[in-house]
Design a protein around this ligand. Structure first.
Ligand SMILES: NC(=O)c1ccc[n+]([C@@H]2O[C@H](COP(=O)([O-])OP(=O)(O)OC[C@H]3O[C@@H](n4cnc5c(N)ncnc54)[C@H](O)[C@@H]3O)[C@@H](O)[C@H]2O)c1
Length: 368
């Protein structure tokens, strides 16, 4: 069963699905995909940050059952929203997701990421309709040892900067709520919630304009006709197209729906091994597929600390879910550059749907 398979869309069709963070980069793509599958989507988030965000340009908000502005730090409001819309499936993506910003606003980062996640879990706990919850953290939740081997799901949580450590803390909170309130051993007697956490790599794709992320930085420079300054050219990251982790989240949710106690754990949804490459290579591919541009190395040894090596081991998702990455780094950057070349002149909702169709037409890498 893969995310484009009829079994996933049949499972999600007609379901009441609540997505937090739907005005953001990943959330907007997820809502488009869910909408195309026939789910009844309710979104909860803050306002989009720019009028060029994928959420705005695609108009996905107008196609949803409800498009709500609310702050996940407000526990009472979260409970009221859940009580009103009675979701069956929850995807929690809302967060302060930027490492560098987390050095500027560490307290807000923790309030949103940790307390926000707890507020969402409390709303789930007090809403009878919820059966499945997929909680999005990150590959940065692991204690980074700059090791070559990919992190596995049982590795220790940690994090150097406030963002990474807040996501490590989310993982610990999710694990605690699972053991305390959504324990698989008590499923069907004390509760009926299956809760999992998902850890993806560095996601790229159309419609992301976040500060200090490599692709938006590239596109801003390209659109301004300026050279692209690369801050950490040698940092190695597990790059993946936005549809890769989303395909994993959707597949996992469908599996959890049918077998609630079998999959309620942590899952890595990283890229193929050949997509774990330096920042410089990704920027070069974006330039190549965009059709123009020039890269400048502006690395500074005194810059803020960011992990320089981070890879994910995806054996568990491959073997237990049958999930596979579909794109290599070149396809990933080609799809991404394509979106940014076309968004000004095309219907962005259709552009996204075409990219989803193209993505799902790529065959999965054979299981090794
Ligand atoms: N983009 C990546 O490379 C990447 C990689 C791994 C994990 N993630 C995780 O995926 C999720 C989505 O990331 P993204 O890149 O789409 O981020 P984004 O910044 O584009 O979107 C964040 C969303 O969260 C919402 N939000 C933020 N604070 C909120 C609050 N207090 N109350 C309600 N909503 C709030 C925003 O309105 C927005 O809709 C995050 O949890 C992030 O940590 C992202």
């Amino acid at each position: 069963m893969n995310a484009n398979d009829t079994s996933v869309s049949q499972t999600l069709q007609g379901k009441r699905v609540l997505v937090t963070g739907h005005t953001g980069f990943k959330g907007s793509w997820l809502c488009i995909w869910l909408h195309e599958m026939g789910a009844k989507v309710v979104g909860v988030a803050l306002d989009p940050l720019t009028d060029r965000d994928n959420y705005v340009l695609s108009g996905i908000g107008q196609k949803m059952e409800a498009d709500i502005r609310a702050d996940i730090r407000d526990r009472q409001q979260m409970q009221e929203i859940f009580a009103k819309y009675q979701p069956e499936i929850v995807f929690h993506l809302a967060a302060q997701p930027l490492v560098r910003l987390s050095y500027e606003i560490p307290v807000e980062t923790y309030e949103t990421n940790v307390m926000g996640t707890i507020n969402v879990m409390e709303a789930i706990r007090h809403t009878d309709s919820v059966r499945v919850a997929v909680m999005v953290t990150t590959d940065k939740c692991y204690e980074n040892k700059e090791q070559k081997e990919g992190y596995v799901e049982t590795d220790a949580m940690g994090g150097y900067d406030p963002y990474s450590s807040s996501k490590g803390a989310c993982e610990i909170a999710i694990s605690s709520w699972r053991r305390s309130f959504f324990n698989p051993a008590d499923y069907g007697t004390k509760h009926h919630v299956s809760i999992a956490s998902v850890r993806a790599g560095n996601v790229v794709g159309g419609g992301d304009w976040a500060k200090d992320r490599i692709v938006p930085d590239c596109i801003r420079a390209l659109e301004a006709g300026q050279p692209i300054n690369i801050r950490s050219p040698h940092s190695i990251r597990p790059w993946q197209h936005v549809l890769e982790p989303l395909s994993g989240y959707l597949l996992l949710a469908a599996k959890m729906w049918h077998e609630p106690t079998a999959y309620c754990e942590g899952w890595n949804f990283g890229p193929r091994a050949d997509s774990t490459t330096p920042v410089w290579d990704v920027a070069s591919l974006i330039v190549k597929h965009y059709g123009s541009g020039e890269l400048h190395d502006v690395s500074n040894p005194n810059d803020l600390h960011e992990a320089s090596l981070l890879t994910l081991d995806i054996t568990k998702a491959r073997t237990q879910l049958g999930w596979q990455p579909r794109t290599d780094i070149a396809q990933c950057c080609r799809l991404t550059a394509d979106w940014y070349r076309r968004y000004r002149n095309e219907d962005v909702y259709r552009l996204c749907c075409h990219q989803i169709e193209e993505f799902t037409s790529f065959s999965c890498e054979p299981t090794s």
